[in-house]
Design a binder for this molecule. Structure first.
Ligand code: ATP
Length: 451
């Protein structure tokens, strides 16, 4: 297998160059590890979220929720996050750098990068200390006692505190799930690796409530289903794996957790966690609020459901899809940079390009563009040489370019250029929308797989 040409630097550069993702507050010198998404970044990220919603709501046993970012501080007290979502932290008295105590084995000593922190001759680490990852803010204009609130560090708690509402209004009974997509905030100690770990990020989380006896079975189901989701969206199977956590890695609430991991340019890393959270959360909120949270069966039996949670990150998925898609090829002595994204994820599905800006070609191209726009994200581009326009579309991952030329005006046929094979085919212009809709719906495997 030829070596993958992708590096993190190349992805960062492409994202900037093509308007996917910019460092935030750049004109003020930036604010560490915070990013803004430009047009193509928004389209890609929206496509990822839509694919997730389709996978969730395509089933009949999952409903949607959108809970508030700010929640009652007692939510975090009950969930254990106010006290417990802490990462042990160590400082080096010599170099003043700060590290996560549980990551020392993966980090490099800033003074002697061949060593891990604590292993260099001059390292002088403090004992591990707890550090709260939640951002604190004030509700109301005056900072006074009792006005503290926290930005949510995960979307999940918003689901648990609404369990009773949903149970009542959705007419669902376990097994059923509640899905949510939204921003979460963690004051991460060591953010970095572009959008892999940021302090503000989006999550796609689903809490699946089940009768306790069915929890092991549903845990298995969701591990496989979530792995399959990434494969269906084109991530190469040899770059994906499921890794079961060891007992000493489990969170305080979990009786089983597995990560979907992707082979990023930085190595195998977590894309998504699937956890069997048991009845920890619902019981914690019942105790915290003093209100019972349980399911009552028709025969009167009561129980607290167990929860299986697949929790994914939008930015991390975007990064994985970009890394998996990035390719460079030699084309007529020049390097062609191309994003071989699954067509359903590609920010733009089709570009309509008149070969020249005259002889009626722009008009015919505009007609096709209008027809395509109704069905899919389509771009019209008449500026610059055709080669330059192809290169631009390749770099943003557009799977199809339709070229209008001299012949198109004579017989209403156009050329479709395929991003991955570079094959060109001539088809009647009126067939293009149906043809591309069918291709968009078809299954797809990465041409990089097994390359
Ligand atoms: P990690 O060990 O990488 O910090 P985690 O196990 O704490 O992640 P979870 O709490 O399970 O993460 O969150 C679920 C998902 O949310 C993660 O798999 C990841 O995709 C995403 N996520 C979590 N923290 C961040 C972050 N700081 N930046 C970007 N995405 C994140």
């Amino acid at each position: 297998m030829p070596e993958d040409v992708v590096t993190m630097d190349k992805i960062v550069a492409l994202c900037k160059r093509r308007g996917f993702i910019f460092p935030s507050s750049e004109i003020y010198g930036g604010i560490g590890s915070t990013y803004d998404y430009g047009h193509y970044g928004v389209l890609l990220k929206t496509a990822v979220k839509n694919a997730w919603w389709n996978a969730m709501l395509g089933r009949d046993d999952i409903v949607a929720l959108d809970s508030a970012l700010l929640q009652h501080p007692r939510v975090w007290e009950a969930s254990g996050q106010l006290a417990g979502v802490t990462d042990p932290l160590v400082d080096c008295r010599t170099c003043k750098a700060r590290f996560r105590a549980d990551h020392l084995g993966e980090l490099a000593c800033p003074r002697k990068p061949s060593k891990h922190p604590g292993e260099g001759p001059e390292c002088d680490l403090t004992p591990a200390r707890d550090f709260n990852l939640m951002f604190e803010t004030t509700v109301g204009p005056v900072k006074e006692s009792g006005s503290a609130a926290y930005l949510r560090p995960e979307t999940a708690q918003g689901i648990f505190i609404n369990f009773k509402n949903v149970l009542q209004f959705s007419r669902k009974k376990p097994p059923f799930g509640i899905a949510q997509v939204g921003k979460s905030f963690r004051n991460e100690i060591t953010p970095g690796n572009f959008i892999f770990r940021t302090r503000e990020f989006e999550q796609m989380e689903m809490e699946f409530f089940v009768p306790p006896a069915e929890a092991p079975e549903w845990y298995e189901h969701w591990k496989q289903a979530r792995l399959a989701w990434y494969e269906e969206l084109g991530l190469r199977p040899d770059h994906l794996r499921l890794r079961e956590h060891d007992a000493d890695e489990l969170s305080h609430y979990s009786s089983g957790t597995a990560d979907v991991e992707y082979l990023f340019p930085i190595g195998w890393s977590e894309l998504e966690g699937i956890a069997n959270r048991g009845d920890f959360d619902l019981k914690a909120h019942a105790a915290g609020s003093g209100k019972p949270i349980e399911v009552v069966e028709q025969d009167g039996t009561r129980y607290v459901p167990y929860v299986i949670e697949p929790a994914a990150g939008v930015g991390r998925s975007v990064l994985a899809f970009l890394a998996d898609a990035y390719d460079e090829e030699d084309l007529d002595g020049e390097t062609r940079t191309v994003l071989k994204l699954h067509p359903r994820l590609a920010p733009v599905k089709v570009a309509v390009l008149p070969l020249v800006k005259k002889d009626g070609q722009p008009e015919l191209a505009a007609e096709l563009h209008t027809a395509l726009k109704r069905r899919m994200q389509a771009e019209y581009d008449e500026g610059g040489s055709i080669g330059k326009r192809y290169r631009r579309q390749d770099e943003i991952g557009t799977p199809w370019c339709v070229t209008i030329d001299h012949q198109s005006l004579e017989d209403r046929t156009v050329t479709i250029r395929d991003r991955d094979t570079l094959a060109q085919e001539r088809v009647p212009i009126d067939d293009v929308p149906d043809l591309l809709s069918a291709r968009l719906a078809a299954s797809w495997t990465s041409p990089k797989a097994g390359a």
